[in-house]
Design a protein around this ligand. Structure first.
Ligand code: NI
Length: 398
């Protein structure tokens, strides 16, 4: 592992920042304290900042001293989750019901570490933008920054993102060209029938019965409609109807999520879902209203930038520690919006299995979105070195 010595020298400061952010988690679009902290740090290193894109977003910019060149965007997410932390260690959350359980505290810290280094080594061509975005956890903070003019104000030839990945060892990276994470979409189907006495079902149009037929029929989209080689998930996660054992209710509703790696498969699933829900309901004298909401598009890595990122990772940790064809995951990520606008690549950095957690951690596993999770501080110099090397190599490449 070829960690940058100066990055290692700053690791105590960066670790203190990480733990401070962990102790003060803020939810979607409320990252005011975090954004203040990020802005103060960047300014303390003489980095020009811009605030307010996507409400709480912060962009720091360094232009190299070697003249005009390419421009690069590096992105970290800042928000926490609505979750009660079970850890008892010193830097555990001070805010009830809020927790950095996805490691965005560490993402911020790794990018700050790189910003500090590059603020002292400006001998490169072109420009690097450090993009600290709000609201990755469902709020679409990346989309909001883009809407507010992110790439007009800060033109980028390419954008790169990184997420810690529990279960992958520290010192390992994983990535794949093409789809890396899935599109995330939700639906609600409201089935309207005619309620009545449960002992006289022939006088009713039973929405509960209709909804159960819809629920089982929808799985036919996955097994009978999409091509078997295309990955997709359709999960019904909510089913609500009725208040009493002897009353057939007027309506029922079910909801769930759809995940795909392409827009084409998503289009197919949405069309079939609407058709099946409507016609199955009609078959039982009911009506179905379908709401289908597309939240995040699939996160699709661009081939050239992915090959470039793989080379940077190999130089840093050695070829044996980079998986260049990692299995994609059905989780979703709003960096997808940036990759729709600009070429780029999103990578996973191993967070280990949880042995790193300070004494006082909860008994659960160290998985993302788990109340016993903690970002692994051992990644800080590694992640920062990756960002620095990537910047220097990208901006010096022809
Ligand atoms: Ni995350």
């Amino acid at each position: 592992m070829k960690l940058l010595p100066e990055v290692l020298e700053s690791v105590d400061l960066i670790k203190a920042i990480r733990r401070d952010i962990h102790a003060h988690p803020e939810l979607c679009f409320q990252e005011n304290r975090t954004a203040d902290k990020v802005a103060q740090q960047l300014e303390s290193w003489g980095i020009q900042i811009h605030r307010g894109l996507g409400k709480t977003g912060v962009v720091g910019t360094i232009t190299g001293t070697q003249g005009a060149g390419k421009s690069l965007g590096l992105r970290a997410d800042m928000d926490a989750l609505p979750l009660q932390e079970h850890n008892q260690f010193e830097h555990a959350s001070k805010h009830d019901g809020k927790m950095h359980a996805c490691g965005h505290d560490g993402h911020v810290a790794m990018l700050l570490g790189a910003a500090e280094y590059l603020s002292k080594h400006r001998d490169f061509k072109g420009t690097v933008h450090f993009i600290f975005q709000p609201a990755e956890e469902g709020g679409g903070g990346a989309r909001e920054m883009i809407k507010d003019g992110l790439f007009q104000l800060f033109p980028c030839d390419a954008v790169f993102g990184m997420h810690n990945w529990p279960g992958m060892s520290v010192g390992e990276f994983g990535v794949t060209p093409g789809p890396m994470m899935a599109s995330s979409n939700e639906f609600v189907i409201t089935v309207k029938g005619k309620g009545g006495h449960a002992a006289l079902p022939h006088n009713s149009a039973d929405p509960v019965f209709s909804a159960t037929q819809i629920a089982s029929s929808l799985q036919s989209i996955i097994t009978r409609n999409k091509r078997p080689i295309d990955a997709a998930v359709l999960s019904i996660t909510q089913f609500h109807a009725g208040d009493a054992s002897n009353i057939i209710p007027d309506s029922a509703w079910l909801g769930g999520t759809v995940r795909t790696f392409t827009h084409e498969v998503l289009d197919l699933i949405e069309t079939r879902l609407r058709h099946i829900a409507t016609t199955v309901a009609q078959g039982f004298d009911c009506e179905a209203d379908v709401e289908f909401l597309r939240n995040y598009p699939p996160t699709i890595n661009h081939p050239k930038e992915t090959e470039f990122a793989i080379e940077v990772m190999k130089n840093l940790v050695g070829e044996a520690h980079v998986n260049p064809r990692i299995d994609p995951t059905m989780g979703a990520e709003d960096f997808a919006f940036m990759l729709q606008e600009k070429p780029g690549c999103y990578v996973f950095i191993g967070n280990g299995d949880g042995d790193h957690r300070s004494q006082g951690h909860g008994l659960g596993p160290c998985q993302l979105h788990n109340p016993c999770y903690d970002f692994n501080d051992a990644l800080l110099p590694l992640g920062s070195s990756y960002w620095v090397n990537l910047t220097q190599q990208y901006l010096s490449a022809k």
